[in-house]
Design a protein. Structure first.
Length: 124
């Protein structure tokens, strides 16, 4: 991933974080404060960005709940700031995940020890 051309702002941010961590991996003094200085953000900004994206992708919480959880007092401001940073609204990320989930269906196998995934055919 690090060697590929990156156009997506979301991926650019993550690439910058990963590259900084790799650069200072052997430095025992490198931590959140130094990472923040390295990429030009405050520690809380880094946390909010990483945590917000993670929560959108891994929980069934609403965008408003996530906004409050990562420290925003106004969900609308959170959505605008998120879109400005990642070039994608938080609700769009949520919709993409639901779409991916719906592309697969879970079926009951002949025995109860395994589950099989089968793609749903698109008839449109």
């Amino acid at each position: 991933m690090l060697k590929e051309k990156v156009d997506n702002p979301q991926t650019k941010f993550l690439k910058q974080v990963i590259e900084s961590i790799h650069t200072y991996l052997v430095d025992t003094n490198f931590g959140p404060t130094q990472l923040a200085k390295e990429i030009g953000l405050s520690e809380s900004q880094i946390y909010r960005k990483l945590k917000a994206k993670e929560l959108i992708e891994t929980t069934d919480k609403t965008i408003s709940e996530i906004a409050y959880q990562v420290g925003f007092n106004d969900p609308s401001w959170f959505s605008r700031a998120f879109k400005k940073e990642f070039n994608l609204a938080p609700s769009d990320i949520h919709k993409q995940l639901i779409k991916r989930i719906l592309q697969f269906n879970f079926t009951s196998p002949c025995n109860n020890s395994t589950r099989l995934l089968f793609p749903i055919k698109n008839y449109s």
